[in-house]
Design a binder for this molecule. Structure first.
Ligand code: PMP
Length: 393
């Protein structure tokens, strides 16, 4: 059978990380590759109790079709969380999505025609690249510095390419772990308002800050010009597949129609269970536990990198989130290092899939959230041995 697949499908590569994860699933390999939240912190008993409660109290409605916008008490919970940070969001401007990954797909549906430009940070989240690729846009990457996106370059590229939107992750970015400064957020918001451009602010990691003060979302400075995405994946459990989008009325209408066409609504059963869990437990307390563990693991990784990496290797020191970004010497391409590292029983994600430019990468993404501190130290030692082997030291 000769299947006549669409151009979009033909042009969208398989997720590189999923392929890598298959390779690194052996128990012997210490994997810094996956972006999997630490399963030790999944609130299993509390979710079980919430499930029983929902089914016993209102099982029929929890199993019935529901509204596309999402379960109102859950949207109210999200709105109240923004309020506690001083940001006014009306629950009617929150759309519950099947993970924030679905939000990326809906944005493609609502905004992208074939050939349109999307601006991305260099590097960017590969899942967003993949989601947008289904709509056959063109990508323009803009440098990401230690304090935020390069604004003069962004202004120039957005204007030259008439880009539909900027997609960016200002908090503890995936893959680099970098965070925009307050000034950079304000300047970006001013630029968006001045130029009438749109930003998609993806924020699944904002609550996972373990160093320094919380910084306001870009959305809070320019709500008309920003669509803000959030997720329960990193603060509760990714298997629930519950995220959300914040958008003004005009955009909401388009997104709701796009979502209707995709899946009618996010499973109401899981929305109800999550809402019950959030009503009966303190999310803040739960997040504190996760933050404390990730902080310890981040410290272990940063200290081990300082201790064991050879000269010429640099790395980011994130204030939150799950990842850091290691830049290797020029005689150490990430893709060449990967098989040697797997031989030394350690894995990471080479930088290539985080860019649309197809260049050789000398960067690797390391996740510090999945394995404990002692294992992290051992993994970094193995990584150092792999680098030594590749560079003949
Ligand atoms: N955006 C970013 C930046 C991410 O890192 C992830 C998860 N790796 C997602 C979106 C998707 O998250 P989810 O669909 O689980 O909410």
């Amino acid at each position: 059978m000769n299947y006549r697949f669409s151009d979009a499908s033909n042009n969208t590569p398989k997720s590189f990380i999923r392929e890598i994860l298959k390779l690194t699933q052996s128990d012997e390999i210490i994997s810094f590759a996956g972006g999997l939240p630490n399963k030790a912190f999944f609130p299993i008993a509390a979710i079980e109790a919430a499930t029983v409660k929902v089914l016993e109290n209102d099982g029929a409605n929890a199993l019935q079709y529901s509204t596309t916008e999402g379960y109102l008490p859950l949207r109210e919970f999200i709105a109240n969380r923004y309020k506690s940070r001083g940001v006014h969001v009306d629950p009617k401007n929150i759309l519950i999505t099947t993970g924030s990954q679905q939000a990326l797909d809906l944005l493609g549906k609502a905004f992208l025609n074939k050939g349109d430009y999307v601006c991305l940070e260099r590097p960017s989240y590969l899942g967003a690249i993949q989601a947008f690729q289904m709509f056959q846009p063109q990508f323009q990457e803009v440098d990401l510095t230690a304090t935020g996106i390069d604004l003069p370059e962004l202004e120039q590229q957005m204007a030259a390419k008439q880009a539909k939107f900027l997609y960016a992750i200002p908090n503890f970015q995936n893959p680099t772990g970098l965070t925009y400064s307050l000034e950079s957020r304000q300047n970006l918001a001013e630029y968006l308002k001045r130029s009438g451009n749109l930003m998609v602010e993806d924020d699944p990691y904002g609550e996972l800050r373990f160093i320094g003060e919380h910084l306001p979302n870009v959305y809070s400075f320019a709500p008309e010009n920003v669509i803000l995405l959030g997720s329960f994946s990193k603060v509760c459990a990714p298997g629930m597949r519950i995220g959300w989008m914040v958008a003004n009325d005009a955009v909401m209408e388009r997104l709701v129609t796009a979502k209707q066409a995709s899946d009618l609504h996010t499973p109401i059963l899981t929305q109800r269970i999550l809402a019950q869990y959030l009503a009966d437990n303190s999310l803040d307390e739960h997040i504190k536990t996760i933050q404390a563990a990730y902080f310890e693991q981040r410290q272990a990784m940063v200290e081990a990198l300082h201790q064991y990496m050879p000269e010429g290797v640099t790395f980011t020191e994130p204030e939150g989130g799950m990842f850091l970004w290691v830049t290797l010497p020029k005689n150490c391409p990430a893709m060449s290092l990967f098989p040697i590292a797997v031989k030394h029983k350690v894995a990471f994600v080479p930088g290539e899939p985080f860019s649309t430019e197809g260049k050789t990468s000398y960067d690797i993404r390391m996740s510090f959230c999945t394995v404990d501190a002692a294992t992290i130290v051992e993994g970094v030692k193995r990584l150092a041995a792999a680098i030594a082997e590749l560079t003949n030291q």
